[in-house]
Design a binder for this molecule. Structure first.
Ligand SMILES: Cc1cc2nc3c(=O)[nH]c(=O)nc-3n(C[C@H](O)[C@H](O)[C@H](O)COP(=O)(O)OP(=O)(O)OC[C@H]3O[C@@H](n4cnc5c(N)ncnc54)[C@H](O)[C@@H]3O)c2cc1C
Length: 369
């Protein structure tokens, strides 16, 4: 049996890819401790299909995001999940941010991100008349928005329709015997031939349970959102990635940090967020929104005038699982096979939602090997 821990977007896609890659494999079991799928990171994000211009050249994040972008659209279409290929404006607020904006094009092109083009401030003004005039902008035509909760439900239906795939939740893994290949769960013990760790914020605990000796730990970084009820911004507007600003290039905690942006979800609500707050190691389920409304109003006012601060309503928060080794942030996805029977995926923060179908192919290859 292939046993997959974690029924987030990564675990579900991995199960589908492994099932398709090894047809006739006796059993593929996915388990999740949560009472519903999407209780953690896959259900608590911006729902953006990214293009792949915000990650270091040569990183797994860049590669799997660029590959995952068109694959995500294919899956969303195939499963009938609501999504919009609305594109994304990346804007420089001041002239000093123009070099960072140039990096979006330069790094994006080097990484193979499709659909990027420099546009004028007048182009943004024509599409987003409620916004201020920006110093410069890039348009990412392949960026889009999906209904992430609908995606998880559709992946669940697709997976459970496969004869040899089984999804168990709530079902928590409590211990692993890496020698006898037995996993203890709240629904009993099961034997595995291959265990795939897609446990998100808890992938470090699962790694330790398998007897892993690397000093890997996951630190949660909280991202909070507010809804801007009377905001008139039509689509999706981002600042330049924080790591492209001078002096921040070497901060690996900022890889994937795009900064606070505005987006409309597929239901039409306008969101402001996410913040990036470094939590303590053990605060993995701290989802309280504590940043005051004024901070969101201030961030939103960089994009467009705010008429009624009272129209900002608290929304939700999600925690990014950032991976550290020997106390240092790695800044990339970490995927590796240890021994014959254990495959680990750690640090799957943004752009994990977009990268999921490409990550699944990558993992299926490792599983075959
Ligand atoms: C604020 C924020 C914004 C983001 N925005 C975007 C975005 O716009 N676009 C994008 O591409 N990506 C985005 N991401 C990243 C994306 O959400 C994640 O990369 C992706 O959801 C990770 O999926 P996952 O399946 O690895 O994790 P999860 O969804 O957390 O799934 C892991 C599962 O493992 C289960 N589990 C853990 N331990 C056990 C155990 N012992 N037994 C059983 N089950 C267990 C958990 O219950 C959980 O359901 C964002 C993330 C955050 C936090």
């Amino acid at each position: 049996m292939i046993f997959i821990i974690g029924g987030g977007v990564i675990g579900l896609h991995v199960a589908i890819a492994v099932a398709e890659d090894m047809p006739g494999h006796p059993d593929i079991v996915v388990c999740d401790q949560a009472p519903f799928l999407g209780d953690h990171t896959s259900g608590r994000n911006s729902q953006v299909i990214h293009a792949g211009f915000a990650y270091p050249i040569g990183s797994l994040k860049a590669r799997l995001c660029v590959e995952g972008n068109p694959l995500s659209y294919e899956w969303l279409l195939r499963l009938g999940v609501t999504h919009h290929r609305c594109g994304k404006w990346v804007v420089a607020f001041h002239d000093e941010e123009l070099p960072a904006l140039a990096k979006v094009l330069e790094i994006g092109e080097a990484c193979g991100a499709a659909g990027l083009r420099e546009v004028s401030a007048a182009d943004v003004a024509a599409a987003e008349p409620a916004c201020h005039r920006f110093a410069g902008a890039v348009f990412s035509g392949t960026s889009g928005m999906m209904d992430a909760a609908g995606y998880l439900r559709a992946l669940e239906r697709y997976l459970t329709a496969q004869e040899n795939c089984h999804l168990l939740y709530p079902c928590a893994v409590t211990a692993i015997d890496p020698v006898r290949h037995v996993v203890e769960t709240t629904r009993g013990a099961m034997e595995y031939s291959l265990l795939i760790n897609c446990a998100g914020l808890w992938a470090d605990d699962i790694y330790a349970m398998t007897g892993g000796t690397r000093r890997l730990r996951i630190k949660p970084f909280k991202g909070e959102y507010y809804i801007w009820k009377d905001g008139r911004v039509a689509s999706m507007i981002y600042p330049v990635p924080r790591r492209y600003l001078p002096g921040r290039e070497h901060d690996k905690r900022l890889v994937s940090s795009m900064g606070v942006h505005l987006h409309r979800d597929t239901g039409g609500q306008l969101f402001v967020g996410p913040t990036q707050i470094e939590l303590d190691w053990d605060q993995k389920t701290d989802y309280a929104v504590t940043t005051p409304r004024e901070a969101f109003v201030e961030q939103a006012s960089h994009y467009a005038p705010v008429m009624h601060p009272a129209s900002f309503e608290m929304a939700y928060a999600g925690n990014r699982p950032k991976i550290y080794e020997d106390g240092k942030p790695l800044g990339d996805f970490l995927v590796f096979r240890e021994g014959d029977c254990h495959l680990h995926l750690l640090g799957i923060d943004s752009p994990g939602l977009t990268a999921a179908p490409a990550m699944a192919r990558y993992v299926a290859q490792l599983a075959r090997g």
